[in-house]
Structure formats: structure tokens, C-alpha cells
Design a protein around this ligand. Structure first.
Ligand code: G6D
Length: 349
């Protein structure tokens, strides 16, 4: 077991730290203080070959205000807030509309992804980890309240990477954090994720409008959104429904059937190499995004990112819930403790 500050680098003239976590089973995670991000995630396949299973930029400066959010923590709110506005305690709030001047995406220009977080590492016989922390001042990006947040990554010898999200505020506000890693279990993004199988324990999804804002909760049954039985991601990814509703692939929230941290809500598997990722979460929903809008990102190893070469499994409260009665609204009040967990468990079959 090891937790060490491997090196420092520079992003946007800020010194950022890269921390390496290793367990006893050849699984290691590189984390970065900029965006409290997962930089690399290395795990063996069934033949013992250790490869990276997330998209990683070749050059660290690419992470500066990147539009992909590779591996980063999103917040204050993840996903899109419709029209960049919401009403809270009878008051209208207008957020910074950082996407086409229409919506607030992933917390805006100064969202959590683009902060250089403080951190402390920890280690004991059974686990190693890093606790990242940062503060967002009152009215930053238009959100009320001074918010203090922590995201703790813990790697253990059960091959679990646990993420624990904590937060407090001095005024009622919105908070909905997630991790925006792009997974590809083939290893070093050799193959598209269309050849991988996905299971989502969710009978309902949220349909999107032309601005990618969730507008309607629908059942998955007999639609391309049904992953209640493991299905190849490529089976329906080019269906007319998806083409008509979200351009090039999946980019939707699913409402999970349970919030039981002991039962996997999502399972991604690559039968070719034997890698399996099981996701457990206390969050009520997951946004699944299949890297539909690549922009020639230069990935580690000199590979150019290509469409459907990764899948994001962003566990969170339903995006835009504040504007959709009946969904989790993501409101955090003074005195309340924001506390949600997600576990990525790495298996070989
Ligand atoms: C695109 O629509 C997608 C989002 O879901 C994703 O989070 C972002 O790219 C990185 O805007």
C-alpha cells in the first residue's frame, strides 16, 4: 500500500500536485489537485497486463479549463441547470451561463473542476487515500452561500476506490458533486466502449430537450435506454431515438432503482480482456455520457480521442432537479451535512 506525492506540475501558472495511490493487487490511481481529478487508473486484465482504464491527456496543461472534464470533480452542480436559473426560498438566482450563453454546465467557468484543491494524504495497513478540500465563496458563479467541500478518495486491498463527498454552507444553496472520469476497460483506450457491456439498475431515465436539459421522466422498457439486463453499449447507440434526442449517443440521467451502497447500481464489463467495473452509490441517479463530442483530444500515448472511446458514469442527484418538481433538488441548507458516497470496484472475470 502506498500514498505518495509523486511530483508537482503547473497548470495555468498554478503549482499542482500529483499523488499516487497503490494497493497490493497492482491497482494504482494517480490523482491531481487541479480539479481533485483522477488522472490515471491502472488495473490488470485477466492475463495480468496492467493498463490505464480512463482517458488521460498527454499534456497536463490540457486540463486547464478543459471542456471534457476528464476525471474531474464537477460542482457546485453537475450537469446542466436549465437556462442557468433557479428559485430558492422565493428568490431568483441567475447562474453564469457558461454553455452557449444558455445553460450553466458543471458549475460554470469557476466550477470545482478548475480549482486547485488543497489535500492531505493518509495511509494505514488496509487503505491509502487523499482528502481534497476547497471553498467556494458566496455568489461565486451566481450560487448563494459560502460552501466548503471535501472529496476523499480511498483505495483498499479489496480493489475498491471509494469516493466520499462532503459539504457545508452558511446559506441555503445548491450542491451536487460528481466525478467525471471517462472509462474504457479495453486498456489504453485500444477499442471503443461500444464493445463493452453495460448494466444499469434503473427502470427510468430523463429525456432531454434540444439544449440537453432533462424535461421528462420516462420508463426504459422497450427503448434503447434499457440496460436493466447487461447489453452491449453499441447495440442501440446509433438508434433513431438517440439521433433525434441527443445527437451522437448516450448523454442521459438514469434514476437508479435504489441508493443501497452495498448493491451495484451500474456494471461495466469488457468480456475481451476480463476487466469489470462495479459502481455502488448512495446517489439517486447516474448520468451516462459516451464521449459523443470528441475534439481531437491528444491522449496519453499519443492517441487522438475518438467518439465512443469512453463512457462516463457520473453518479449524482438528478441534474436540474431544482427546476423539476419530484426530483431531488440538490438544496443544501445551513447546518445540514452533505454526505454521499460512490465506490468503483475493480474486478476480473
Ligand atoms: C458534453 O453533453 C456532454 C456533457 O454531458 C458532458 O459532461 C460534457 O460534454 C463534458 O457537453
Amino acid at each position: 500500500m502506498k500514498a505518495l506525492i509523486e511530483k508537482t506540475s503547473s497548470i495555468n501558472a498554478q503549482e499542482v500536485s500529483i499523488i499516487l495511490l497503490e494497493n497490493n493487487n497492482n491497482i494504482s490511481v494517480r490523482l491531481m489537485s487541479y480539479g481533485a481529478a483522477i488522472l490515471e487508473l491502472l488495473m490488470p486484465d485477466r492475463d495480468g497486463k496492467v493498463e490505464n482504464i480512463v482517458l488521460t491527456y498527454e499534456n497536463i496543461e490540457e486540463y486547464n479549463k478543459c471542456s471534457t472534464y476528464f476525471g474531474m470533480i464537477c460542482g457546485r452542480t453537475s450537469g446542466r441547470i436549465g437556462h442557468g436559473q433557479f428559485v430558492l426560498d422565493g428568490r431568483n438566482y441567475a447562474l453564469n451561463k457558461n454553455e452557449k450563453g444558455i445553460t450553466n454546465l458543471h458549475g460554470g467557468v469557476e466550477g470545482f473542476s478548475f480549482k486547485n484543491w488543497g489535500f492531505e494524504t493518509f495511509q494505514n495497513d488496509n487503505e491509502v487515500g487523499v482528502c481534497f478540500s476547497t471553498t467556494s465563496p458566496d455568489m461565486e458563479e451566481g450560487y448563494p452561500g459560502k460552501v466548503q467541500v471535501e472529496v476523499t478518495y480511498t483505495l483498499n486491498n479489496k480493489n475498491e476506490l471509494k469516493l466520499e463527498y462532503k459539504g457545508e454552507t452558511d446559506k441555503a444553496t445548491l450542491l451536487n458533486m460528481t466525478n467525471h472520469s471517462y472509462f474504457n476497460l479495453s486498456g489504453n483506450y485500444k477499442k471503443p466502449i461500444t464493445e463493452e457491456e453495460l448494466f444499469i439498475d434503473g427502470d427510468r431515465f430523463i429525456e432531454l430537450d434540444e439544449d440537453m436539459i432533462g424535461v421528462d421522466v420516462k420508463g426504459v422498457k422497450e427503448t434503447p435506454m434499457d440496460f436493466t439486463k447487461p447489453k452491449l453499449i453499441g447495440q442501440d447507440i446509433n438508434s433513431s431515438y438517440l439521433k433525434n434526442h441527443s445527437a451522437n449517443g448516450y448523454d442521459h440521467p438514469w434514476i437508479l432503482n435504489n441508493r443501497d451502497i452495498n448493491k451495484p447500481g451500474i456494471i461495466l464489463s469488457d468480456k475481451n480482456c476480463g476487466r469489470v467495473l462495479k459502481v455502488y452509490t448512495t446517489y439517486p441517479s447516474v448520468v451516462v455520457y459516451t464521449y459523443n463530442y470528441p475534439k481531437n483530444e491528444l491522449l496519453k500515448g499519443g492517441v487522438i480521442g475518438d467518439m465512443h472511446y469512453a463512457i462516463c458514469l457520473e453518479t449524482q442527484y438528478e441534474p436540474n432537479g431544482i427546476n423539476y418538481p419530484g426530483l431531488n433538488d440538490g438544496i443544501l441548507k445551513p447546518g445540514e451535512k452533505y454526505n454521499e458516497k460512490t465506490i468503483f470496484k475493480f474486478c476480473i472475470e
